[in-house]
Design a protein around this ligand. Structure first.
Ligand SMILES: [Zn+2]
Length: 565
């Protein structure tokens, strides 16, 4: 029975498309028939001015394989115009019951009465289809002879009991949780259902963020006139003067877009912005496991030629100034409304790490099945902090020694006391780099440095492999050769925290209180990248010293380099 239904469905769809007068492309039909007096840019709806809307329109009207389209778009990018164009087209060419849901009553009646209905009256193609008498009490619905159009606010009562082929949702980020499920239940699994959800960026935990993530994600790209490469519209590629005392007029002239591939610079002019956007295209950017019937599109205000990049940069700078004074709202708005990005965490926030203590004592601690031991040192002005860890065959770290050291001789003492081989001693060289490297070179120790990089590319057997530490470097300081490793500070901390949380970090019960305090000095917190506005979780210090935490990170990296974990 199901297969027969499907076959019938396919035939109907085919028939629908034939009867839809497909000799004219929908976008052309809309331009020729729909007059939108309220539109900001042109009284006839011309989607070629908003090229980032063409693919979503095509998928909605012409592609039978796609059932659900998510469009995450900046505010003021012509979303209302999109609805006006689509609804006019559907009524004249591809009718079916349609439900359009808005975030509240006010938005619903504003759109219906002041925006949409006048376009129906002005559309000659709808002349014979409009009902002669409209029910006076219901201002946000039209019962046509061949279909119903309902416009409602996204509340439980309003969303229930309608059965629709087309579902269109507006500003989904503001919908109350659970309303998307009510909304989607309205299509009753029709084979020819079409769902369009449109929104700015939303917050973690909202239905919108979940729905957007279910689709095959496409970002709008521009083609570099310099190298012909395709780049996503990325806020990081907008450059501007970083002068302290800003002269806003001069500042605006400094704003440019730079190709991340070839550094070609594009001036911020209407023509340039328009040329880039109209030559742009969507590029599939990820989420291969998503169902092909759900497609998510994203573009941001940089692709809207009528918005100057300079104005965006000013907004960005002011929002960051507010943020520094503790008001994060303007920056959040910029990210969600201008960059059209969801604000989500990349992982769960960590509270203060618990350091479990064992029944062992520091004194005379022996480790079974020991594979290696490492002495790692954080260099401060005039003193040092150190840790010594042994790593066993199971990959657990055992703390053998920790604490502050006053002189270089103390490090040498610790090395011989714990019998640590030269190639298992490392000093952090962030402070007084050359002097530290010289010391390391003379002792046949390594120098190390944590960086902001996330990963490093290694060539292993002519293959590229990404690791969280860098390939070995050799430095010569005053004729002394020193071997050096950089590593990703954030990722090392992730590995360290994972070891501790999984019980692979053995700390004797009589360890110093200072060690525990320093190991708990950092926690993973939400952090906004000042340049990109992206929110991520980062290890940040609480204010206490974290020198032995840094030593422990070095020990973890060292164990990875020596392949014992
Ligand atoms: Zn380029």
């Amino acid at each position: 029975m199901k297969d027969i239904e499907k076959a019938a469905g396919f035939l109907n769809l085919f028939a629908d498309n034939v009867s839809a007068g497909m000799d004219v492309e929908p976008v052309t039909w809309i331009r020729e028939n729909v007059v939108d007096q309220q539109s900001a840019r042109s009284s006839h709806i011309d989607f070629t001015l908003s090229p980032f809307l063409l693919d979503p329109i095509d998928k909605f009207l012409n592609d039978g394989t796609v059932k659900h389209i998510n469009l995450m778009a900046p505010t003021g990018s012509g979303k209302s115009t999109l609805f006006v164009g689509l609804l006019n087209y559907l009524i004249a060419n591809d009718a079916g019951n349609t439900l359009v849901a808005f975030q509240n009553e006010q938005e619903t009646s504003d759109f219906a009465e002041t925006r949409l209905f006048p376009t129906f009256r002005d559309n000659k193609a709808l002349k014979d289809l409009l009902p002669k008498k409209r029910h006076a009490a219901r201002k946000t619905e039209i019962l046509f002879p061949h279909m119903n159009l309902w416009m409602v606010s996204a509340t439980k009562g309003q969303l229930q009991s309608k059965s629709c082929r087309y579902l269109i949702g507006d500003e989904m980020w503001a919908w109350e949780k659970g309303m998307v499920r009510e909304f989607l239940a309205r299509h009753h699994d029709r084979f020819n259902r079409k769902i369009l959800m449109v929104s700015q960026g939303g917050d973690k935990g909202t239905d919108w963020v979940d729905e957007y993530g279910k689709g095959r994600i496409h970002h709008y790209h521009w083609q570099c006139p310099g190298c012909q490469g395709w780049n996503t519209y990325d806020w990081r590629d907008v450059i501007y003067s970083k002068e302290e005392n800003i002269d806003w007029e001069r500042f605006k002239e400094s704003v440019k877009m730079v190709c991340p591939r070839c550094s070609h610079e594009i001036e911020d002019t209407v023509n340039n912005r328009r040329r880039l956007a109209s030559g742009g295209k969507y590029v599939f950017s990820g989420n291969t496991s998503a169902l092909p019937e759900i497609v998510s599109y994203n573009f941001n205000a940089l692709a809207c030629y009528w918005v100057s990049w300079a104005d965006l940069a000013v907004e960005w700078i002011l929002a960051n100034q507010k943020k520094r004074k503790g008001d994060i709202e303007p920056l959040k708005k910029f990210i969600q409304k201008r960059l059209a990005q969801n604000i989500v965490d990349l992982g769960e926030k960590d509270d203060v790490l618990k350091i479990p203590l064992t029944a062992e004592s520091m004194e005379g601690y022996t480790v079974e099945d020991e594979r290696a031991r490492f002495l790692t040192v954080d260099v401060q002005k005039g003193h040092f902090w150190h840790t010594v860890y042994a790593v066993d065959a199971g990959g657990s770290f055992h703390l053998l020694s920790e604490g502050r050291l006053e002189a270089l001789e103390d490090i040498e003492c610790k090395q011989s006391q714990f019998n640590v081989p030269d190639h298992c001693v490392a000093l952090d060289c962030a402070f007084d780099t050359d002097a530290v490297r010289k010391i390391c070179g003379l002792h046949h120790w390594f120098s190390m440095n944590g960086t902001v990089k996330e990963e490093y590319l290694h060539k292993i057997k002519s293959r590229g492999v990404k690791l969280i530490y860098a390939p070995l470097e050799q430095h010569i300081v005053e004729g002394v050769k020193c071997l050096h490793f950089n590593f990703s500070s954030q990722r090392a901390k992730d590995v360290l925290a994972a070891r501790i949380k999984s019980g692979n970090w053995k700390v004797p019960h009589d360890v110093s209180a200072e060690y525990i305090k320093q190991m708990q000095a950092e926690s993973k917190q939400e952090s906004i990248d000042k340049r990109t506005g992206r929110v991520s979780l980062k290890w940040l210090a609480s204010g206490n010293n974290s020198h032995m935490w840094d030593c422990s990170c070095m020990a973890v990296i060292f164990a990875m380099i020596h392949r014992v974990i």
